[in-house]
Structures are given as structure tokens and as C-alpha cells.
Design a protein around this ligand. Structure first.
Ligand SMILES: [Zn+2]
Length: 140
């Protein structure tokens, strides 16, 4: 191979490399979007299995364990959201879970009546009532 042939071949492979590079990038993009589709389907399968688990239809031990982990995570989120609302002087509607002000007696979304907020005065009144009962019993 002559020097010029070598130069020509190198130039050709450089062109081919650029073309390949674009093709590889396209194919990688297609792989990623197909993987996204698979993951979306996996998520759907997971939600279906979890729905079956909640109906008591899942018996496989490994599946049950995974579903219990999801359930625990849901409970954790609930606790965290409650803490966040408390810090913001908000509460969740007892019916639809809409965010309400602590003082709201009714939900402004679904209209459900909210339980009266428990104040420190309520707690000490309840304690005093308990004490009075205990004293009454002691006197008898
Ligand atoms: Zn509501």
C-alpha cells in the first residue's frame, strides 16, 4: 500500500467513523427509549401485583415481602407528610386528604366535617377529668 493509499484509507475510515458515531448515537437513543417502555411496564406490573396483594391474593413469599416494603414506605410518606403539614400549621382532610388550615372545621374541597383540633387546654382538661374520677374512686 502506497503512502497515498494509506492517507485515502485513513480519510475514508474517518468519514465512516463519523457516520457510525451518529448511527450508534441513534441506536443508543432507541435502546434508552425502549428501556423506558420496559420500566413503565414493570411499574404497571408492580402496581397490579400490589393491588392483588391488598386484596390478599398474593401468596408468593418474595412478592409478599416486596409488597410489605411498599406498604411500609407508603406509611412512612404519610407520617412525613403529616409532620410537614404540622410544621406549616396545616392538616389533611379526614376524607379526601386535601390540605386544610388547622382551624378549618370543614374541608373546602369535599365539605367533610373535620374533627376539632386537640389543643393543650383539651389535654389538660381531659387529665383533670381523669384525676377527678380517680379521686372519686379513692373516696368510695
Ligand atoms: Zn376533603
Amino acid at each position: 500500500m502506497s503512502f497515498f493509499d494509506k492517507v485515502k484509507e485513513t480519510a475514508n475510515s474517518a468519514v465512516q467513523t463519523t457516520g457510525d458515531f451518529i448511527e450508534v448515537a441513534k441506536l443508543n437513543l432507541e435502546v434508552r427509549s425502549t428501556e423506558d417502555k420496559i420500566n413503565a411496564s414493570f411499574a404497571k406490573i408492580g402496581k397490579l401485583v400490589f393491588a392483588s396483594y391488598e386484596k390478599g391474593k398474593v401468596k408468593d413469599a418474595e412478592m409478599v415481602e416486596l409488597c410489605e416494603a411498599v406498604k411500609t414506605s407508603f406509611a412512612t410518606i404519610e407520617v412525613l407528610r403529616t409532620k410537614i403539614m404540622e410544621l406549616r400549621n396545616k392538616k389533611a382532610c379526614v376524607s379526601c386528604k386535601a390540605e386544610l388550615n388547622d382551624s378549618d372545621a370543614f374541608c373546602n374541597k369535599c365539605g367533610a366535617m373535620q374533627p376539632e383540633p386537640v389543643t393543650e387546654a383539651d389535654v389538660s382538661a381531659a387529665e383533670e377529668a381523669e384525676d377527678a374520677k380517680a379521686e372519686e374512686k379513692a373516696e368510695k
